[in-house]
Design a protein around this ligand. Structure first.
Ligand SMILES: NC(=O)c1ccc[n+]([C@@H]2O[C@H](COP(=O)([O-])OP(=O)(O)OC[C@H]3O[C@@H](n4cnc5c(N)ncnc54)[C@H](OP(=O)(O)O)[C@@H]3O)[C@@H](O)[C@H]2O)c1
Length: 199
């Protein structure tokens, strides 16, 4: 299969690269890294990426960020960071991808743990994750041409332990290998409309 992995150079994207690149042709996409550069927050840049890469069998997205802070102090603008930097970019990757994804292909988006196991200050990220999880469940039932869509929702990765130090007290940390298996199931398996939780 020919597989686009957006955010391939990141902690999460790298797990998908490691899980899939032995068996498939992986096109690594990043903002400044990878085989192809794209700004997923710019729809013209998404279109240019698809035009450059051409037809593919699978698209994986492992990007996004939001606002961290208490809900009582949060502004609408801060809340919208989760929508604008995590939800919309990944949804747009799907909406713009239909002309490029082969019959029976798949889209795999990335959400995260915070809408099932919240932390203080995490409501923006929780909402973004919930939106993405809901999108794949809702979209799966009317995807054309046998195309599948799923989300991977990991706990904090071992390799990201330092980055999130102090924020996720008591949370388990998951291995990159286990997260990679979820991307393998999403891309190489047969399920659709699923949120693959890695806890
Ligand atoms: N890390 C965790 O423990 C964890 C757990 C659960 C969920 N998640 C979620 O997984 C996603 C990825 O997290 P991460 O920790 O892997 O992030 P990361 O290590 O910071 O990597 C982000 C990747 O996305 C790319 N990227 C960033 N902005 C982009 C843009 N505008 N257009 C295209 N590519 C862009 C970066 O490319 P460049 O390298 O070229 O800049 C990089 O490859 C996030 O949504 C995060 O919430 C992470």
């Amino acid at each position: 299969m020919k597989v686009i992995i957006v955010g391939a150079n990141g902690a999460v994207g790298q797990t998908a690269v490691d899980a899939l690149s032995d068996r498939h042709e992986v096109i690594k996409v990043g903002r400044s890294s990878g085989d192809v550069q794209m700004d997923i927050e710019d729809i013209d840049s998404i279109r240019a990426m698809y035009q450059q890469v051409g037809k593919v069998d699978a698209v994986v997205s492992a990007v996004g960020h939001g606002h961290f802070g208490g809900v009582a102090e949060m502004t609408t603008e801060q809340f919208m960071k989760g929508i604008n930097h995590k939800v919309l970019p990944q949804v747009n990757l799907v909406l713009e991808g239909f002309d490029y994804i082969n019959d029976g292909g798949s889209f795999t988006l990335t959400s995260g743990v915070l809408n099932r196991d919240p932390i203080s200050g995490g409501s923006c990220a929780a909402a973004a994750n919930g939106a993405l999880d809901g999108f794949v469940v809702g979209a799966a039932v009317d995807m054309p041409r046998g195309i599948r869509i799923n989300a991977v929702s990991p706990e904090v990765l071992e390799v990201s332990r330092e980055k999130y130090d102090g924020f996720f007290r008591g949370h388990v940390h998951v291995s990159s290998e286990d997260v990679g298996l979820a991307y393998s199931k999403a891309v190489e398996g047969c399920l659709s409309g699923q949120v693959f939780i890695v806890d």
